[in-house]
Design a protein around this ligand. Sequence first.
Ligand code: IPD
Ligand code: CA
Ligand code: CA
Ligand code: CA
Length: 256
Amino acid sequence: MYKAVLLDTIRAAGQVLLEGIGENFQISHKSSLNDLVTEVDKRSEAVILDKIRNQFPDHAILSEEAGASEHSGTFRWIIDPLDGTVNFAHRLPICSVSIALEKEGEVLMGAVYNPFLNELFFAEKGHGAYLNDKPIRVSAQDQIRQAFLVTGFPYQWRDMPHDPVQVFGYFIKQGVPVRRLGSAAIDLCWVACGRFDGYWEHHIHAWDVAAGGLIVREAGGQVTDFEGQPYQLSSSKLIASNGRIHEGLLHAVQTA
Ligand code: IPD
Ligand code: CA
Ligand code: CA
Ligand code: CA
């Protein structure tokens, strides 16, 4: 029941992104000049909220643009209606929709959909992770010096512990390839299916990673904060990996 609604909803939202990218949509700024939101983010969100409220009127919702619903409940939907807005605003088709269902603090299921690649990632706690219905696993790489990594940077610079540029530089100086794709949800799913070996980011929100984090864990990977503790939705720092190079990533963020 939850799964069917989740998949139907995320496909409908993906269709909004597919149709919207060729249009002349409006773009506005949020906290800074390059922290953007487009009309399409809001259109996607409206489709998602409508479907979820319709099916589950007593469930709580946390969605990036609309914020948190007033009522609390046992179940909460955590939604990023368009992850990768800066890419989308520049018509770069590395963007996704991310939706997770949480029950009493635990993510039960999550999906991430990139409609431009027609890639739908899904996981349910205890039941594995899937890409377009095929099971996925994290990579087997166990050498951090040979790892293929991905990260993200905040839109607004602030002094923060574990300076993101230092951590990035730590790997680059060793010749380790690091990418910055611009959609945290896709970064996580690409760790889950073994394309990347690890990912870290200093300033993320629950809606960026709630679904992707579960997908990584269900694909056999590890998801922690920068102290190595299991990642909690309230944390703004996240490391995800295939598990084998996790210590190497932790070492980098703690010492760089
Ligand atoms: C952003 C993307 C980006 C990450 C930022 C997020 P948005 O989400 O996931 O990759 O580096 O931290 O805010 O704003 O495009 O939904
Ligand atoms: Ca945003
Ligand atoms: Ca996001
Ligand atoms: Ca977003």
